[in-house]
Design a protein around this ligand. Sequence first.
Ligand code: HEM
Length: 635
Amino acid sequence: MTALRRLMLMAVAASVLIVVGTSPAAAHPTLLSTTPQAGYAVPTEPTAITLVFDEPVTVDPNGVRLVDESKKAIHTSTVRREQSGRRLVLQVLGDLAPGRYIVRWQVTAQDGDVVDSAFDFAVATNSAGLSGQDQAGTGGVPLAVVLRWLLFLALAGVIGGVIGQQLARRAGPVAFQPRSSVRPAALVGLLAAAGLFIDLLRTGGPGRAANLIGLEAVGLATVAVMANRRWWLTMTPALAVVVVEAFRNHLGTRYGVIGAVVIAVHLAAAATWVGALVHLLRVAYANRGRAVRIRSMFAAYARRALVLFLTVAATGTIGALLLVPTFDDLTTTRYGQVLIAKLALVLIVAGLAWTARRRLGTLDNRPVSDPSEPAPVARTARIEATVLVSILAVTATLVSLPTPAPATEDLGYPPPATGPVIRLGTLAGQIAVGIAASQNQLEIRLRTPDDRVQTGDAEPPTFHVTAQLSTSPTPLVLRPCGPGCFLSPVGWRETTQELNLRVEADTWHGGTSDIPISWPPKPNTTLLPRIVAAMRAQKSIHIAEAVTSDTSRPSPPTRQLTTDGPEFLESEPYGSTPSLDVTLLPATNGRTTLAFGLPAEGIQGRLELDPSYRITREILTAPKHQITRTFAYPR
Ligand code: HEM
């Protein structure tokens, strides 16, 4: 063997040792948490990105970069180090349109190692709402619903008020005109928009939605100033508010100009319908007891109302078809159910409008106040207006709910699960599987060993996943929710249920795995600090360690190590931060067992303990491998 060949063999052997001997968290900084939370969606644009590590790191001022899915850089500040370098903060200066974003980071560990990786998040996507229950409890929703209702009423008061005034003139010069509703309505709208602006800042911080609502407030203030001048001076800022609102709406956000045009026409027509009718009723009321003939006024309205109804119904139907992907979503999601309630009210209002029209045909020009004529037109119109106002209330609820997730289209990540979460992991063939079981929902995250997918430099592979719970005779209905992300609504049973998973990817070995999930979750905050304290006190620890990167291959050889507590903890993801989210699992052979997860790194851990809180068995799953360790403590 030549010297060169010997050297090459030694190099190969050394690199194998390095690869096999490296634990997923081996003495390099672990990314403990991020904002926005890695792998999840935020409802509005974040203004800052933060990364929290388990140890202080140093970083180049441009060491953290934000790019969109097409790898276009987003304008940000340079990186600021906080908490002695454990926390890195980056201000977002560019606009983040709805979509997926990747944060690429490169830091230097205390030992001089340069570590780089990436995490991703999504802005304003709609993959939530699988069961419709997941986002309902976002604290501020009822307030936002009331404010939106007031905003719609205000737009109706302004737009319909102006048009109603024109129609009322047809009642003749003798008609007593009530005071214009335009300025009071604009002021109510201004207050509602200001309230929504503050609510958005409180719940999601500044961003696209807050900017648009701010613009609407400016538009409504202009309407209030211009009220009672020429009609078009009032109408122009009012229609500008409609256009801005249409861009803020679900349709405008998701479908851009086309969606905004559809909903702007819908909103303008609906506002005219409601507002003009209310104005005519006010005219009729103000002229009660006077010999004013109102038939021509209502007749002029009825002709326009038919066109308005057809416009509202057509644009509303297009909007509904764009936002509700399947017929099932109408009954299975909150959004669908509220839309059905709205449609029922629309049918009632159409019936009332039809009745009023027929009555108009039989009514002569008697005054509304004629004691022999109880003005059935005005009465039906009053009920019609009341139902229209309640349709606006239902619509305010509708626009505040998440739209159903498209069944096939992958729109992006879901919002983080609410409430306690059980995080478990496994390796199926070469594919790392992370499970997050939360209230009504199962989330499955799959990663292949190809790091380039994380950094956005390679397309994610096509995954094929089937999942079935032992408590159910049918497989789970999984919906894609971003690269390697699948979600399913689940009604958990209060027992241990096996999740049977089969995963495959185009270019990687997949496999099957049975993962026991014990419901309900048992979050625990006290165990990990005790474990860390107990392990730190160990003078000698014997570890038998097996590392595999493909579970479809024969079991790897086990290697024996001896270390001490402090050294062992240094390489553990929980070693310096015993405050991770931990859930207790059912005991294994009488031993306390717990699980934890670090979604930002794709790491899941499972620990079994002896009565002195020392670890007896540990399984760590990371994107490229699974490490199984058993521990012995010589006296
Ligand atoms: C066939 C009848 C109708 C259908 C199918 C329909 C459907 C819709 C849909 C899908 C949206 C979008 C909601 C979202 O963004 O999540 C919407 C918005 C809206 N609809 Fe309707 N709608 C109908 C009738 C009406 C009527 C009669 C009114 C008025 C009384 C009305 C008032 C509104 C308003 C104010 C909005 C909110 C626009 C915004 O967010 O700014 N709709 N409608």
